[in-house]
Design a protein around this ligand. Sequence first.
Ligand code: SAH
Ligand code: SF4
Length: 356
Amino acid sequence: MTSALSRPQPEAAPSFYGFSRPRLAGRLAELGVPGYRADQLFAWIYRKHQRDAGSMSNLPGALRAELSAVCDLRLPEAASILESRDRNTHKFVLDLFDGARVECVSMRTPRRLTFCVSSQVGCALGCTFCATGLMGLKRNLRPEEIVTQVVTMGDLNAWQDDRFNIVFMGMGEPLANLASVAESIRILHDERGLNIGARRITVSTSGLVPQIRALAGLGLAVGLAVSLHATTDSLRDELVPVNRRWPIAELLDAAKEYGEKVGRRVTLEYTLIGGVNDTPADADRLAAFARALPSKVNLIPYNPVPGLKWKRPSPEAVDAFAARLYPHAPAVTVRNTMGGEIWAACGQLGGLSPEA
Ligand code: SAH
Ligand code: SF4
């Protein structure tokens, strides 16, 4: 083992956080290290939250000493961590290996802890109300760059609460980077690792219909949220341009299939924009959509983005819209916006900062 491990390795070893346990066992096997060492490494990193190979006491000295040649245990540096006034929301700006930056947000409420992760640097889909959309797509994230967002936020919260939820609602369109997103979910699921069940993970999409079907076919059983935001194709064409490719009826069909296949209600996300999509007729059409599939409706009062014309409706208008929906839609929640003052709220990720 020692001699195999001592062989010169490529300069930068691949990140530990991109390895599923079987793949890590395979890499170790190539070096003559038995597969159960992968289980031990997963336990140290994901269950005991140890970040330093030197203290992994049940590993042989040679493996500990040379682990950095096998896999890289480093987490990305945080360029900044912004904290909301109530200290319950944190926005992280992480520096990636190529200088790109990605943002993720940790949110604590009395009932739960939620980690909002990014799947891409920027986004190509150009929804006209979203800060990330303004950036365009810089690149896809790799699986390890998704997993390390979760680990970094877990470390900040000192892993006090191991029943956190993960939502793919940060920067980017997760289904446009499905291979990496799926691999990160497999790593997050591993029962010898973080062991995050499918019920605690939700993937949000702007409506890439073929990829919704592809996700259903992967058998990951994660929750699906669909960014609807409009009840007519003409308005949705304007707000979510991908609607021109896959209009509302096709999207809702795919969402229904997904919900039925996975046995879970699909979340219909509806960002309320003042004077744009918040009329009583919109509420009635939205209720009809929601009744047509196993679903719940999540209303998101619009979070302003500098330079964009859209406005948040008044609290009374939000209440009136919700009240009109309640009796007719299966389940309605209004998303409590957190972290607006640190530009950490939905749709505000994209290099915005409090000074911006
Ligand atoms: N790209 C994915 C997930 C990221 S955005 C998607 O579009 O679904 C998470 C949610 O916030 C989406 O429903 C998105 O449409 C919504 N959103 C984007 N910008 C927003 C803003 N400024 N205010 C409120 N919600 C916004
Ligand atoms: Fe991309 Fe989602 Fe923003 Fe649309 S709302 S531009 S899909 S991140």
